[in-house]
Design a protein around this ligand. Structure first.
Ligand code: ADP
Length: 167
């Protein structure tokens, strides 16, 4: 069954110059990239992304982590991969959340670490299931940024919205 999955290359992945390695590893899945962009992550976006963890003691630190405040790299690379069993294929390649427990040949096992303050710096985010993938993709991307029609969308005339255009 074709599925979409949100992948984030987190600020530690960017700081360690791992973008190429990670994309090469993900290309093993033979999935299609249907959206990609660099994002400067606001506090609201980080908190909404990790809202399922808001009661955890590490919530504040992981939102700072996603915003790049721990790495002096205030950006993440966001991608949507699409194809057969996309979530399982990408999660298998990513490895376990805890990089010490992840298969050593997985992306997190190869490149992740646990910081002295106990945060799992695991270089990549992969949506965990289909409802989460839909929620996350709609949070990070608008319909016009994705080159296939993943979810129902509609035309809307947005009045009084300010957007930046070329001068
Ligand atoms: P995953 O990213 O594997 O889907 P979660 O959504 O549970 O896992 O966690 C989000 C992120 O929070 C993880 O990728 C990791 O960076 C961090 N994290 C999760 N659990 C812990 C923990 N017990 N201690 C420290 N950091 C954690």
């Amino acid at each position: 069954m074709n599925q979409a999955v949100l992948i984030l290359i987190k600020p530690d992945g960017l700081k360690k110059s791992l973008t190429g390695n990670i994309l090469t590893r993900l290309s093993e899945t033979k999935l299609e990239i249907v959206a990609a962009k660099m994002v400067r992550v606001s506090q609201d976006l980080a908190q909404e992304h990790y809202r399922h963890l808001k009661d955890k003691p590490f919530f504040k630190e992981i939102t700072k982590y996603l915003q790049g405040e721990l790495h002096d790299r205030k950006k993440v690379m966001a991608l949507v991969y699409w194809g057969k069993d996309a979530i399982k294929k990408c999660r298998d390649l990513a490895g376990a959340t805890n990089p010490e427990e992840a298969d050593p040949t997985s992306i997190r096992g190869s490149y992740g670490r646990i910081t002295t303050s106990g945060i799992y710096e695991n270089v990549i985010h992969v949506s965990s299931n289909e409802p989460e993938a839909e929620r996350e993709i709609k949070l990070w991307f608008g319909p016009s940024e994705i080159i296939v029609d993943l979810y129902p969308a509609k035309d809307a005339v947005l009045k009084e919205t300010r957007s930046r255009v070329w001068a």
